[in-house]
Design a protein around this ligand. Sequence first.
Ligand SMILES: Cc1ncc(COP(=O)(O)O)c(C=O)c1O
Length: 478
Amino acid sequence: MNTIDTGFVYPNYNPPQHLLDALRDLSANDSWKTHQYPIFRGELRLRRAITKLNEPLVKRHIDADREVLVTVGAIQALDLAAKSYVSPGDDPRFFHRSNKTADIFNGKEADTFLEIEMLSHQYKSLSFASNYPNYMPSKHMMQAFRSVAQNETTYAIHHLGSCRGDPRLRAAIAYLYSILMKRPIHADKEIAVTTGAMQALYLLAKAYINAGDEVIMFEPFFKRLEIIIKISGGIPVFVPLNTVSGQKARQSNDLTFNRKELEAAFTNRTKMIWLVNPNNPTGKIFTEEELLFIGELCKKHDVIILSDEVYQFHTFEGPKHTRIATLPGLWSRTVTVNSGGKIFSSTGWRIGWIIGPEELLWGVYIGMNALVRAPPTPTQMAFAIGLEMENKILNTDESYYQSLVKYTIAKRDRMLKILSDAGIDFVKPNSGQVVMANFTNVINKIDLSTESDQKADFRLMNWLMKHKQKIVTLFSIS
Ligand SMILES: Cc1ncc(COP(=O)(O)O)c(C=O)c1O
């Protein structure tokens, strides 16, 4: 039955012509920055335009840098405002923090990514910390983006879509993952499209973690995950990755976990395990044997597995990447998180998705509907068309997944040579986009006395930023 839903407030016509023109012009522009991670406060040009619109309305000057924050729709703005409170201030380096800021967003640890971004701006530093590509998205994604941006006949491209994600995109994802996961994936019930993998993680935390629930993670860990777990009231429990011998790892696949330590981490409060495989920041690819062991513990303790696989196509050496959801008996308790930005070098489009059993996705649909409504439609549409093209050339030499590996290996090897020539020790990553380097050899050769931070790595980062215009992610926060 075709029903008109009067509960949705979206127009059945196009936005104004100059918005359509702007989108078309943007699609004709070959600047990679248009397609990669935007600055967290929103594009400066947009913030300035917003300022101009609002100053006469509120009859006061608005500082576009500190008093405007762009969000993914107004509902996300409300969600963020409920969690934090940011007020403008006069500190040239950092935002002045309101004493009303929620505890979780108050403090150096939570601030670090913001600080890095703002400092890199101030010192005009090259940031190695933001891991986004400085090149254009894949050829097919760009073709698709242009076709969407130039289509002025379908107003639906510009309006709110389903909270599960655009059906055409879900169908393209279902096609691909039915092959990759060797099981039919139901496009309507087993996929949730999100605004980047980051939002997938956030919604999964909201959907499954109650205050006091424990969540197991391997250490070192991607700092943002810890913050997301804590926002939901969860308690992260860490299990270290180490070499069997306790010696330094030469490459990331030398790392593993101690089975007894992992077993001991499970308690009757354990709700989830958050696995990042391939792993960020180490670059380790978990073996099938390790995943089977993890899976058995999760079955025994009735624990949900969140498998963050955003680097699934960035694997270089060592064991083939195994999707834990495909192992015997694990589909029903596993949600797998993916990032369109990572796969097709389109980090700014903010497309991610979760694949999992219907009952585990239900909470995500509820959260998406309540907190965000839906990811942006134009980039979902473009992604759907691009992915359809990519699906047709899967497993051929033309496939972007293959060129991505070659390209990333070349970049990794170049970076390792630079580190090696500089006498800096590192663990060679067998996957991903991150190199863990040990600065002990160089730190003693630099005069860091001008830096006052308590942590040595923060002192080094500040020094590098000011004197070498380079930024690295710190191990203590990554
Ligand atoms: C392990 C991991 N998960 C998730 C993300 C976020 O991906 P997205 O850009 O799709 O939000 C990143 C980004 O660096 C990551 O490294």
